[in-house]
Design a protein around this ligand. Structure first.
Ligand SMILES: [Mg+2]
Length: 218
């Protein structure tokens, strides 16, 4: 499926790729609307519609991923919500095994995430994800999300990579398209980012579900 001898750097998204997106979806689509409706004395439906229209407006922008922005917009302790759901933080099928395989086979691995540093810290404390990769980058370090060319340029400056010999795995189609435009040659997506939802079909990039599927046989 992947000709590993043609790849020396692997860029990995976190939420929905290495980690189960069920955690984030539960937080943003269920827990936050409930707490927001309680705090602002709104119906759950009104809370949802207010929050979701704001999400829609900021979709794909840095503010969408910024916990400080959401804490200010909602007057809710967003990091506190992250702590409440930590039992839902888990790796996707065979993600840890895949990361160990990369390390044992001399492939450089970089975590490239749109997640805010506070969210990354909570996830790392409960999964140990950071130490399994050679380096990690939050788009907030660069001031531009992965959906923009500026992100891939900044990444190139900090962690030079050969786009022809780089693989990006990400569950976000807009991110994959931005990376393709920048020239990253090998691109894969994930069929079921959230274990609580059905697998997706009609994807625009080659895809897999379990990381074992992309490892060489044996
Ligand atoms: Mg993702």
């Amino acid at each position: 499926m992947i000709r590993w001898e043609t790849i020396d750097t692997v860029l990995l998204d976190m939420d929905g790729t290495l980690l189960d997106l069920h955690y984030d979806n539960t937080l943003w689509n269920q827990l936050l609307p409930t707490r927001y409706s309680e705090a602002h004395r709104l119906s759950e439906e009104a809370a949802r519609s207010h929050l979701f229209s704001h999400m829609h407006e900021h979709h794909g922008q840095l503010t969408f991923y910024c916990l400080d922005h959401w804490a200010e917009f909602t007057s809710i302790n967003i990091v506190g919500l992250h702590e409440e759901l930590v039992e839902l933080i888990r790796f996707r099928p065979n993600a840890e095994r895949f990361l160990l395989w990369l390390r044992n086979n001399g492939k450089r691995s970089l975590l490239v995430t749109n997640a805010h540093r506070d969210s990354l810290s909570v996830k790392d404390a409960h999964s140990g994800i950071v130490r399994l990769l050679d380096a990690h980058v939050s788009c907030h370090d660069y001031g531009s999300p992965k959906e923009t060319r500026a992100f891939w340029e900044s990444l190139m400056r900090e962690h030079p990579y050969d786009p022809e010999r780089t693989l990006l795995i990400d569950d976000n189609d807009s991110v994959l398209r931005a990376a393709a435009e920048f020239g990253i040659r090998h691109l894969f997506t994930v069929q079921q980012p959230d274990s609580g939802r059905a697998a997706r079909d009609g994807l625009n990039f080659p895809s897999f579900n379990d990381f074992l599927e992309i490892l060489p046989d044996g």
